[in-house]
Design a protein around this ligand. Structure first.
Ligand code: DGL
Length: 264
């Protein structure tokens, strides 16, 4: 069986492109429709009801385009997406559970730092998933870091300002013997340099690989993989300024057309 329909992927902005990048490496023959809801970014400082409404709007846009699965490449949206099951029967793949499971596997001393938006940390979804394991050692730190999101959206990575914002957040965590930092927000991988400068002995994980592997498993099990031998097509939409988005994702080297504007 082969299903040629595209996979929908979305985030509040450009963070989810880091996830799409890794998913494409794992599933290069699939087509992808990406939505960055830039107009409404950030999600992570909004109340739950507002995030749920925004998530519904983006999901409806993707469902109208007949996608065969939706990857919520946004932790904040994932934490506020339980209601999507009522909209559709297609697989809805969130980033939190695969990433939390991967974190448990990858950490040796189980001193794990989860950095995420305020709304993701408030939802307790990472904590619930990680702490259901049996821990004989280590301490987990769940830290709200919504301040990092505008730094990424404004393309300030690599600046003194970015280092200042990240260092300020992480300064009290430097001596905790943390061996794994979870980027529990898909934007945060863009601040890898700043995070590593503060917690130099830790590995950093992002949502892309564990989520992509999980997606592949689900599509395979349901007979939804595309058996095409051609490279898949990537279409990117934004609710914000498409030219600005193109300037934000210059690092994204997978072939794609210029970003298109949508109104949701
Ligand atoms: N990239 C999003 C995430 O993974 C959140 C950014 C935002 O606050 O909108 O949570």
């Amino acid at each position: 069986m082969s299903d040629k329909r595209a996979i929908g992927v979305f985030d509040s902005g450009i963070g989810g492109i880091t996830t799409l990048d890794k998913i494409y490496d794992l599933l290069p023959n699939e087509d992808y429709i990406y939505v960055g809801d830039t107009l409404n970014c950030p999600y992570g400082t909004r109340p739950k009801e507002e995030i749920e409404a925004l998530v519904t709007n983006v999901a409806n846009f993707l469902l109208k385009r007949d996608v065969k699965a939706i990857v919520i490449a946004c932790n904040t949206a994932t934490a506020n997406s339980a209601h999507l099951k009522k909209l559709t029967n297609i697989p809805i793949i969130g980033v939190i559970n695969p990433t939390a499971d991967y974190a448990y596997k990858m950490s040796k001393n189980k001193n794990i730092l989860v950095l995420a938006t305020n709304a993701t940390i408030d939802s307790n979804k990472y904590k619930e998933r990680i702490e259901r394991r049996l821990f004989k050692k280590g301490t987990r730190y769940y830290v709200k870091a919504s301040e990092f999101v505008p730094v990424c959206e404004a393309q300030q990575m690599g600046t003194d300002y970015a280092m200042e914002v990240v260092s300020d957040k992480l300064k009290d965590l430097r001596d905790k013997n943390i061996d794994l930092v979870v980027c529990g927000c898909t934007h945060f991988g863009l601040l890898e340099k700043e995070i590593k400068a503060n917690i130099p002995n830790a590995n950093l994980i992002e949502c892309g690989i564990p989520t992509g592997e999980y997606l592949k498993k689900v599509l395979n099990k349901k007979g939804l993989l595309n058996d095409s031998k051609e490279k898949g097509k990537i279409t990117i939409y934004t609710t914000g300024d498409p030219e600005y988005v193109d300037s934000q994702i210059k690092w994204f080297t997978k072939e794609h057309e210029n970003t298109k504007k949508i109104v949701l």
